[in-house]
Design a protein around this ligand. Structure first.
Ligand code: F6P
Length: 323
């Protein structure tokens, strides 16, 4: 194998650029040519390839997003789309692919691997819902952005004696919400992994008021049984008197667009460099992730079948610390 490709796919995550940089420079160190694939799997199907040298990836590590662009690509889910991608790879003499992304991206990687094309995945998603990595690239930065927002909301909430429903991303996983809730000192956290009783949440808010708290912060995961807007509507319809005046803030994509912190830059550098090493050693069809503090590879067949559970003891911790 003389030439490998690298692509970023799915939702962008802070740290993806550090991963691209590490793929390129580790590849060069191993005597490989590296080609960037633009716009994820769509660019693979359309043959959007660009050679990447050491200088092309200079000064990108501190930038959020991905210099290659990313996309969600329904065409790649079809067999015809994947065959077209393989034709493009063959036409450009690309003998292996490093795929940086989360669940959807690694399912695509698995599909290519099943078609006997050498791929290695790198675990990257702000949702932290990918089996095979205890923590994924982008989570730490997204979490810090959510925390900064919560800290700021607390300031204005305290000035006005208000309660805030703060919705954070995470798709169907409550990791970001739970960690932001604990680290941000929220009065309540709502996650998809636990049922939501809006009456219990109303009681939490009311008792916080009665205990003399100047504010109440409820962190709501976007995938929870009630999202923040639904909960606000419920409270408006059923609870005229929560104590506090209520406001809703949806953080949304703000969490994804930050400049990566040290943790994400280091994680991305380590995982992506290891991905190229595995590729060069012929150990493909695997995902590179961090498990128990170590860089580890996990077969993609396990990754796509596995489910990463949330540690619900932390949900209990959030409740206890909210007094
Ligand atoms: O997977 C990352 C993520 O940001 C999720 O948290 C969120 O549900 C989704 O992507 C949003 O997708 P899009 O950027 O396509 O709107």
């Amino acid at each position: 194998m003389r030439r490998i490709g690298v692509l970023t796919s799915g939702g962008d995550a802070p740290g993806m650029n550090a991963a691209i940089r590490a793929v390129v420079r580790t590849g060069l160190d191993k005597g490989l040519e590296v080609v960037g694939v633009r716009h994820g799997y769509q660019g693979l199907i359309d043959g959007e390839f660009t050679p990447l040298g050491a200088r092309d990836v200079g000064g990108i590590m501190q930038q959020g997003g991905t210099i290659l662009g990313s996309a969600r690509c329904p065409e790649f889910m079809t067999e015809a789309g994947r065959h077209r991608a393989l034709e493009q790879l063959a036409a450009h003499n690309i003998g292996g692919l490093v795929i940086i992304g989360g669940n959807g991206s690694q399912s695509g990687a698995h599909a290519l691997s099943q078609m006997n094309f050498p791929v290695v995945g790198v675990a990257s998603t702000i949702d932290n819902d990918l089996y095979g990595s205890d923590i994924t690239i982008g989570v730490d930065t997204a979490l810090n952005i959510a925390l900064e927002a919560i800290d700021r909301l607390k300031v204005t909430a305290s000035s006005h004696q208000r309660a805030f429903l703060v919705e954070v991303m995470g798709r169907n996983c409550g990791y970001l919400a739970l960690m932001a809730g604990i680290a941000g000192g929220a009065e309540a956290v709502l996650i998809p992994e636990a049922p939501t009783d809006p009456e219990a949440v109303a009681a939490e808010i009311r008792t916080a008021y009665e205990r003399g708290k100047a504010h109440a912060i409820v962190v709501v995961a976007e995938g929870a049984e009630y999202d923040a807007e639904e909960l606000a509507r419920y409270f408006k319809a059923h609870h005229q008197r929560l104590g506090y005046d209520l406001r809703t803030t949806i953080l949304g994509h703000v969490q994804r667009g930050g400049a990566p912190g040290a943790f994400d830059r280091l994680l991305a550098s380590r995982l992506a460099a290891a991905a190229v090493e595995q590729m060069a050693a012929g150990n493909t069809g695997v995902l590179l992730g961090q498990r128990q503090g170590e860089v580890r590879s996990t077969p993609l067949t396990e990754v796509v079948a596995g489910r990463k559970p949330l540690d619900l003891r932390l949900f209990e911790l959030a409740r206890v610390l909210a007094r």
